[in-house]
Design a protein around this ligand. Structure first.
Ligand code: URA
Length: 240
């Protein structure tokens, strides 16, 4: 009205600048916008893990998976670290900057705290004895841009890989570090409510815990995390 318009030609405003496609681009948005795209990515992931018999084959299949946009911005594929024979498998969210650079999970500040936490109950990643070691992975093997939280569709397409990862590593106990692995394994978030209670994830006993990055920001929560670590230790002592 300020510009002198006297009639509306539609009920909602339209950004014509965003709308004008160059000829070559006309078909592309329609393909990207297809709702079946997401479903296909999950199907592709399931197909990629079919026939995978070892962790080395799984790493190869996941590293070659082309359908996750996040991989485009990442330097490295971050598969796992520690001893795959460990009784305990820790599942985190996604690599951060340091992990992306090193190609290993949990090597930055949060990772150093994670190491100290588990060392306090006698578990050290890379230890040869499976009773004293840890095996560590993430839901997402690539660093999300700006360290954002992986989206539901991205988690869904990584889930077949994670399921196979757990089945091949055969841990006795899983620790779900924060909301993203809880979302992947349990279909639930709300880590402050979930933490400390044993659940079933991928057919195995699992304990959701607050993420060490959260503990760095909220040191008062370390008390509960310590109780959770003691619960892991007690379960291991009782034969898991
Ligand atoms: N946070 C995670 O969840 N995983 C990592 O590897 C590093 C930080």
């Amino acid at each position: 009205m300020e510009l002198g318009a006297t009639e509306a030609i539609g009920d909602v405003p339209v950004d014509r600048y965003a709308e004008v496609p160059r000829k070559a681009e006309v078909a592309a948005p329609a393909v990207v916008a297809l709702p079946v795209g997401e479903v296909d990515c999950v199907a592709e992931a399931r197909a990629a893990v079919r026939g995978v018999q070892s962790l080395a084959e799984l790493a190869e299949a996941q590293g070659a998976f082309e359908h996750c946009e996040i991989r485009k911005g990442a330097r490295n594929f971050v598969f796992s670290d520690g001893n795959p024979a460990s009784r305990v498998m820790v599942i985190g969210e996604a690599p951060g900057r340091d992990e992306d650079i090193e190609g290993k999970p949990f090597v930055g500040r949060a990772g150093q705290l994670l190491d100290r936490m588990f060392a306090a109950i006698g578990l050290v990643r890379g230890a040869e004895d499976p009773a004293k070691s840890l095996y560590i992975t993430n839901v997402m093997p690539w660093r999300p841009p700006g360290n954002r939280t992986p989206e539901a569709a991205e988690i869904a397409m990584m889930l077949p890989f994670l399921e196979r990862h757990v089945a091949l590593a055969e841990p006795e106990i899983i620790v779900l570090m924060g909301n993203t692995p809880c979302s992947a394994a349990l279909g639930q978030v709300g880590i402050l409510k979930l933490r400390g209670q044993w659940v079933n994830a991928f057919g195995r006993p699992a304990l959701p815990m607050t993420h060490p990055a959260y503990l760095l920001r909220n040191p008062a929560a370390k008390r509960e995390a310590w109780a959770d670590l003691l619960a892991v230790q007690a379960r291991l002592r009782s034969g898991a």
